[in-house]
Design a protein around this ligand. Sequence first.
Ligand code: FAD
Length: 516
Amino acid sequence: MVNKVVIVGGGTAGWMTASYLKAAFADRIDITLVESSRVSTIGVGEATFSDIRHFFAFLGLKESDWMPACNATYKLAVRFENWREPGHHFYHPFEQMRSVNGFPLTDWWLKEKPSARFDTDCFVMPSIIDAGLSPRHTDGRLIDQPFDEEAEEMQGLTMSEHQGKTQFPYAYQFEAALLAKFLTRYSTDRGVRHIVDDVNHVELDERGWISGVRTAEHGELTGDLYIDCTGFRALLLNKALDVPFVSFQDTLPNDSAVALQVPMDMERRGILPCTTSTAQDAGWIWTIPLTGRVGTGYVYAKDYLSPEEAERTLREFVGPAAADVEANHIRMRIGRSERSWERNCVAVGLSSGFVEPLESTGIFFIHHAIEQLVKNFPGDEWSDVHRDLYNRSVEHVMEGVREFLVLHYVAAKRNDTQYWKDTNTRVIPDALAERIENWKRVLPDSENVFPYYHGLPPYSYMCILLGMGGIDLHHSPGLDLSDTAAARREFAAIQDKAAGLTKVLPKAYDYFTRLD
Ligand code: FAD
């Protein structure tokens, strides 16, 4: 029976994996997690997908159990600034697209254009975000959505089962180090053995399977299954087992980042409940508001910008509050391991793969990987079927997200520096090029986006196409023959609903003070 697991690495990936496996298998599994005190964690990774709620629900945690301990806030959307032109912004919200007479509302929007903003015309959330409000009422009730929160949690659905059923209206933003600390306590309370030490050698047996990891002070640690959570180093999977790495650099050239954690009086500043991505000359800057500080960083391509210039730009962007804050410079390995499960080793987190954090997919990749690991867990025999299913699922998720991110750059209208000019001439995958040609005439739907589960519903693609503004889109010809009355009523209903909610919802910051 495969029931003895050694996890190497104690970042977000290591501790999410340890706690999830314990929640799934309790004492029927024996877990040791070893992490180095010498090699630090990546120190970023603070914004998530809305599906992350299934992770916390699986662990049996309510928001009030973990959010205050992690300085967490709500994220209702990604806000894109200046990707089209200076001063322009739009949201990619967590809100399902409405349909009228079988056509998505965005299609009607292309025909009717009630205003210049597709996001506030087609969704309720953008008005709530612009006003800095919480998606919950002061008494904790969720804003009116077609969603039965408790019933869904009771069913213990995983995120892939949940896909397409409903769209939960928000995700979370949190301090990565505090979440790792919280999950350390959760896991060790449930019996995970925690060792702080360096792994300096990976032992292989005669078949090339891992037989143990040698540590500096605790001797050899042995298990049946080894989980590589060593970050970009990928000590077990890529180094010891020699699994090749497939780079995405040709289509996603951003390979560097500089990050700052800026303490701020959030009560005075207020919380805009979203992650903001502001386009820059050679990349973009993220802004993530937490309850006690703002996390920010410049993601760029080193072929276009030096680390010094990137840091200077970021400090200017933040202003005086960043003066005494130390910068964290990061080289990013963009791409995926050819196989994330090889023999008796599974890589989770940055060791498995990573794309730039434009849509906050790093933690989503981790969550997806551990759900799939539980689903395909070996049991009393190692089965190639389970391993191959796992590898295919991880590959699909990463390749799908890669397409979605490439679309951001292809669709962006911005064209004022060499970096942005090159986004229009860079070669993109053939399948994506073909899909983009189709989307000019038929907006994304479940039949014409990347065909495997990758966490992004068709409406997400619509938002990027409509918001970025660099691709000419046409409404469906059938709409010219259709009665527009119902669509107009829907646009009006969205305005009414947004106006009603902005009058009664509390400020995002005020809501968190009552969670403590
Ligand atoms: P790490 O945090 O690097 O942890 C590696 C662990 O391995 C550490 O504990 C280290 O001590 C240990 N280790 C290494 N070598 C050894 C050894 N020899 N012996 C023992 N232990 C060892 N994701 C999101 O979802 N949202 C975001 O907003 C987001 N923003 C990001 C921004 C940037 C610039 C980057 C680079 C990533 C971002 N990510 C984001 C991704 C996210 O940070 C990672 O997915 C997440 O932190 C998981 O990292 P990890 O645990 O795999 O690796």
